[in-house]
Design a protein around this ligand. Structure first.
Ligand SMILES: [Zn+2]
Length: 77
């Protein structure tokens, strides 16, 4: 089973998961790119991969995105 676990770690490393270390600063920039119609996965590929596998960070991201959209909605002309 040791080999299997090692393979799992290798695959995870190859996937480029940035981990939970991304933090709010990167999530902020990530959401800004999304709102600007850009592809944030090209700028923060590790974060994009991590968001797919980490419910906690995805919830943070979703909250930021929703707040940003709500804020954009009430922006005066
Ligand atoms: Zn995370």
């Amino acid at each position: 089973m040791a080999d299997l676990r090692r393979l799992d770690e290798l695959l995870r490393a190859e996937a480029g998961d940035a981990g939970c270390s991304a933090g709010e600063a990167i999530l902020d920039a990530y959401v800004e790119l999304e709102l600007a119609g850009e592809d944030p996965a090209r700028v923060f590929p590790g974060t994009a991969i991590h968001l797919q596998s980490c419910p906690g960070c995805r919830a943070d991201h979703d909250g930021l995105l929703e707040a940003a959209r709500r804020f954009a909605d009430v922006t005066p002309e």
